[in-house]
Design a protein around this ligand. Sequence first.
Ligand SMILES: [Zn+2]
Ligand SMILES: [Zn+2]
Length: 130
Amino acid sequence: MGQIVRAKCKECEYSAKLFIGGGLSDCEFEAVITPFSDEQKKELTQIRDKGADDFSVQRRPCTCNSCGTIFACTVLNLGSDYPSAMKQTFCTDCPECGSKDIRIYSIGKTEEHCPECGGSVVFSTEGFWD
Ligand SMILES: [Zn+2]
Ligand SMILES: [Zn+2]
């Protein structure tokens, strides 16, 4: 079951809703790769077709280093039962600017800043999803 987290700026109206963790459709490869870009989808499907067909997926809070957007990125581990050479981890790009330069963190371990005004952002749990 996943967690719904609200990221809210203390200074302005900025807020973002993050779906963290995992849900029921996480066992279906096609559903899992939906948030990835077309380019990434192609690459992921190729790796899967080569035989690395086991995977695990997590959604983690992250901040884009280019535009500062706070979002939940999908972290996909492919080939987890295979020798390390075949293990690969993929993260989704920033949904706002398409940057791959993102920083994943654990909520509460870092201080995050609002992409609009630079004020500090507080995280609170709003509910659960599956
Ligand atoms: Zn703000
Ligand atoms: Zn961005």
